[in-house]
Ligand binder design. Structure first.
Ligand SMILES: [Mg+2]
Ligand SMILES: [Zn+2]
Length: 163
């Protein structure tokens, strides 16, 4: 059976970034309205969930990789307390002003690697993001992109589930 997945952008999609452009401390961790309920719906529809996030603040020296790993552990814990399993969180630590890479969205290496590692079916999978670069990354990875409004409940955009 083919495995279908939802790749979620982190900031502006799951984590509210309306107050902070970069988020790395656990006390900045506020979920976007409806995130828990929407992830439950996606899980019930049989999708494996992944997070793919640009964290160029690491390259820029604003915070460390360790800060992000701690934040992600807190995020995973909060979601799993609500019976939501995130299979893996991938992040790109690079910033183009510091070092070039192929993983930062709009490039698709983070997504390509997860698709290969978990044998995900591309025709059945989506990336939900709040920016143009998310949509470009989805296109490069060969999956469909769903663009939502930053920091707003994504529920009105989940109509693709009824297809
Ligand atoms: Mg975003
Ligand atoms: Zn990168």
């Amino acid at each position: 059976m083919s495995k279908k997945a939802i790749f979620l952008d982190r900031d502006g999609v799951l984590v509210d970034n309306s107050q902070h452009y970069y988020i790395w401390e656990t006390d900045q961790l506020t979920l976007v309205d409806g995130a828990i309920g929407n992830l439950k719906i996606l899980t019930q529809k049989g999708f494996q969930l992944f997070i793919v996030s640009n964290q160029g603040g690491i390259s820029r020296g604003l915070y460390s990789k360790d800060d992000i790993l701690k934040l992600h552990a807190a995020l995973i814990q909060e979601l799993s307390a609500n019976q939501i399993e995130i299979t893996e969180i991938a992040f790109c630590p690079h910033h183009p002003e510091v070092e070039k890479c192929l993983c930062r969205k709009p490039d698709s290496l983070m997504i390509d690697k997860l698709i290969a590692k978990y044998q995900i079916s591309k025709p059945d999978s989506y990336l939900i993001g709040d920016s143009r670069s998310d949509m470009d990354a989805a296109k490069k990875a060969g999956i469909k992109g769903i663009q939502i409004i930053p920091n707003q409940n994504m529920f009105p955009h989940l109509s693709f589930l009824n297809k």
